[in-house]
Design a protein around this ligand. Structure first.
Ligand SMILES: C[S@@+](CC[C@H](N)C(=O)[O-])C[C@H]1O[C@@H](n2cnc3c(N)ncnc32)[C@H](O)[C@@H]1O
Length: 221
């Protein structure tokens, strides 16, 4: 394994130059992101990998969660990751901090159908103040969003709320873009200190453009 240098990416990361996701995700970027079919497919493929890695940690995965498991999609954006959760049989609560992102969940025809079937609920809320009661969630999910939690305070607030809303033996599957190997490991340690067990999975570790970092964990006593 090399040092952190091999995690450098060409150019700046949006979260390095924008104070908050709302100042990066302006109307034009959101419109581009939501229109690009390739982007939607890419986000779904990443979400599929996140579920696959979670199943490496917990082979019975979502099946042992009775009925329709309740999933929380944190930083749902225009809904690609939430749609995959619904396709996997999860009743999904999708949260995002940007109202214009959530609007797409309300506009898109297939997302509207999911909402009408009671399979999708979209809420304006932040990862750092999750408005979900204790032990309600079977499965927490987040794709390409958590790199926006930059300070220790934000990460701690997130993990505290996350731990509270997932019930015992519930799971989590996350993918995001840590700045370095060290920060990925630190984030994993924070989750473990909070009471989760599991691991970090890295696809294409040696290719900075294709590298994807995943966390697959389960809440234990
Ligand atoms: C690149 S989009 C990914 C959207 C979706 N998960 C997907 O895979 O298509 C990242 C999203 O994370 C959201 N986000 C960033 N920080 C957040 C926070 N603190 N709480 C909730 N959502 C956040 C942004 O608003 C943005 O919609």
């Amino acid at each position: 394994m090399g040092g952190d240098d091999d995690w450098r990416v060409a150019g700046c990361r949006p979260e390095d130059i924008h104070d908050d996701p709302g100042s990066y995700w302006d109307e034009e970027r959101i419109a581009r992101f939501s229109r690009a079919k390739g982007q939607w497919k890419l986000q779904k493929r990443i979400a599929e990998r996140a579920i696959a890695h979670f199943l490496e940690e917990d082979p019975k995965g979502l099946q042992h969660m009775t009925g329709s498991p309740i999933a929380l999609d944190i930083g749902c954006g225009t809904g690609a990751s939430s749609a995959l959760l619904v396709e996997n049989g999860c009743k999904t609560i999708a949260i995002d901090v940007i109202p214009a992102m959530l609007e797409y969940c309300f506009k898109d025809r297939s997302m509207v159908a999911m909402r009408h079937r009671g399979m999708l609920h979209a809420l304006l809320a932040s990862a750092t103040a999750i408005p979900i009661r204790k032990e309600r969630i079977d499965f927490a999910f987040s794709i390409s969003a958590l790199q926006w939690l930059r300070s220790d305070r934000e990460k701690e607030a997130f993990i505290k709320d996350l731990h509270s809303c997932i019930h015992q033996d519930g799971g989590l599957a996350f993918q995001f873009y840590p700045r370095s190997r060290e920060s990925a490991i630190k984030f994993g340690m924070r989750l473990k200190h909070a009471g989760f067990t599991g691991g970090i999975f890295i696809d294409n570790p040696r290719n900075p453009k294709k590298r994807k970092v995943f966390f697959g964990m389960i809440k234990r006593k």
